[in-house]
Write a protein that binds this ligand. Structure first.
Ligand code: PEP
Length: 264
């Protein structure tokens, strides 16, 4: 089964609106020369405050703006109400998002997000017509203790609990070993592929073979232009969630270009 690759940039808590627009323009001007099926799905996740700014420079004029999808970096599962500091799925959609990242390890670690919260968010995102990018991954201690697979399987089963097979099929998972995020240490591609295959088997178990064949599972953790070709050459890695290297147009565009060399 051929799955369309995704290259997603997570800008985290970086860039003022003018800087976000400038970087978005730099990516637009690269992608404008390419079309699907060669061009992967390109997704940018700016801060909430820059969502409208980047959407204001998306257009159909041939500049490439319509070739980039926008993601929020988080959301609340309720539609509205007394949740100071949060945004709902409808608000993210209203700001132009097609995707929402949930369960990033930084949110789990610094904001105490639990598997149960991530499951509620995934359900709310799908009910709102958007696509969740569900992050999972192990700490170095868990890897060294030999419980990587068990830990990730638990995260994925919890995140997908109660979600229909059709909705699972259109969702996205990002496997991001925590020890590889922002550290410059990438997970060996063969090992990343092994874990991603294991995740696909868990998806098969909870949502069936069609969902497992369709769901796109990304690798994240210090992805660079020099690592992406080998990562994309693996059987089960469907793309990348990129942090640091997505903050410069040159490196992010090179990641897209190198992805296209492999996934034609
Ligand atoms: C991330 O934060 O999702 C990430 C993978 O970051 P980096 O590429 O900087 O490791």
């Amino acid at each position: 089964m051929s799955r369309k690759p995704i290259i997603a940039g997570n800008w985290k808590m970086n860039l003022l609106q003018s800087e976000a627009k400038e970087l978005f323009e730099g990516i637009k001007s690269f992608v404008k020369d390419y079309t699907a099926p060669q061009l992967p799905t390109v997704i940018i996740a700016p801060t909430f405050t820059s969502l409208c700014a980047v959407n204001s420079v998306k257009c159909d004029c041939g500049c490439g703006g319509n070739k980039i999808s926008v993601a929020a970096q988080n959301c609340h599962w309720e539609n509205s109400g007394a949740y100071t500091g949060e945004i709902s799925v409808a608000m993210a959609k209203d700001a132009g998002c097609d995707y929402i990242i949930i369960g990033h390890s930084e949110r789990r670690q610094y904001f105490s997000e639990t598997d149960e919260m991530i499951n509620k968010k995934a359900k709310a995102i799908l009910a709102g017509g958007l696509i969740p990018i569900i992050c999972c991954g192990e700490t170095l201690e868990q890897r060294e203790a030999g419980i990587t697979d068990e830990h990730i399987a638990t995260q994925i089963r919890a995140a997908l609990s109660g979600i229909s097979s059709e909705d699972v099929a259109k969702s996205v998972i990002a496997y991001e070993p925590i020890w590889a995020i922002g550290t410059g240490k990438t997970c060996d591609s063969v090992e990343a592929n092994r874990v991603i295959k294991m995740i696909r088997n868990v998806v098969k178990d909870v949502a069936g073979v069609d969902a497992a064949d369709s769901i796109r599972i990304l690798y994240g953790g210090s992805v660079k232009p020099s690592t992406i070709e080998e990562q994309m050459s693996q059987s089960d890695i469907d793309g990348a969630l990129v942090g640091g290297a997505s903050l410069k147009a040159d490196s992010f565009n090179e990641i897209i270009a190198n992805t296209m060399k492999v996934a034609v």
